[in-house]
Design a protein around this ligand. Sequence first.
Ligand code: 6PG
Length: 227
Amino acid sequence: MSEWHNYSSREELDRALAEHIAQRLREDIDRHGSASLAVSGGNTPKNMFALLSRCELDWSRVWLTLVDERWVPPADKDSNERLVRENLLQQAASRAHFVSLKSEHNSATLGLAEVTARLADLPLPFSAVILGMGGDGHTASWFPLASNLAQLLDRDNPELLGASDPVTAPHQRITLTLAAVLQSRDIAIHITGEDKRTVLEQAGDRDYPIAAILQQQHIPATIWWAP
Ligand code: 6PG
């Protein structure tokens, strides 16, 4: 059973999660000399990113990347990189080392090798991975109808990244695999609203992709929620 951290407002939730993540980064910097964080895109994390960007820690020792990226130019309004650059790589956090998941290639499939090579710079395991969730039970870019979902969720898949067509959402994606997300000391699922709470509670019964995180017992996964 994953532990829930429930808050009465999104502001309180965002503050608590930002402080939790900052603390994880500080601990890894103290113990290992460096820290790494993978964050999700979408709408939910924007305010939390702004709060996290102001947390005091030695950001020059932090490597930051995305859990998944939409295959659009980094200036596109749908780019997760853009979201991170505008909201998280600011203030104190502007000193962090950002590893982009987007290359110049025409497709995520063609860019996969180049982007995978960049991840060699990251200190692994991640200090923390922050996941979002969609109303269809996807997390990262593990979409229910993606033709390679089984590969993305195969814990023995040696690849850190996969390219995928979400079918039910726009843009080709590049995404960490389940095996890569589990190379983390901490997993935080950041969701808001009653609908997502219900989806998450039903994830196991309905075999939603996010159930792969909830059902594993190796890495502590906590759920951070507000109405
Ligand atoms: C993406 C994601 C994705 C996201 C969920 C929730 O790029 O689409 O990283 O997994 O976390 O779709 O998105 P919202 O926060 O917008 O609901």
